[in-house]
Design a protein. Sequence first.
Length: 225
Amino acid sequence: MEVTPLRKAARRGLADEAADRVREAIFAGHFRPGAPLREVELAASLEISRGSVREGIAQLAREGLVRCGWHRPTTVVDVTAEDVAEVYSVRAALDRLAAVTARTTATAEDLDALDALVAELATAVRTNADGPRLLALDIAFHDRVYAAAGNGRLTEAWEAVRSQVFLFQLQRVSLGHEHYRARVVAEHRELAQLIRAGDRERLARVAEHHVESARESLLGRIRTE
């Protein structure tokens, strides 16, 4: 059986490197939702020990990217309607809090960085960048909002679902990204403007609606598959 090619692990913390390389491969589509992850093959491809791979897989399991357990194969999480509903419900609450907090704590540097990311998104859309590139900028925008909020525990909560959000959004794009491409710039520009100088209640509604729109788009795609 052919082993999926992965970039070899660098010699830092090998478990962290294994997690990074496998996560990267999942996001690149080498391992699709539901695909098995075989420890022996991953260790051979990464040229590290099975123990380091096992620890890396455990890290991805904590991120919600893989499922594993006794007497069952380790697999990339499947994108089910139930999973999407749960993750996006949590994300909606987190994004709302992050946005309204950032409105009062963001520095001028934070605000300029958000505007710059919106500009990068606009350029990416205009030059017909692929879905993963748009998603990387999308997630980078939200990372910056959380950083601007300055709440360590809130950031930890975001990081606990961040990988799942990225994977689910990749699935959304793979099933048809016209809706996403048409809205991504305007939605993020509005968020950036409201964080800079907007009404708190409107910002809260827009931040929550941004997530609900993504959830409904993906659920609609899943139900028609």
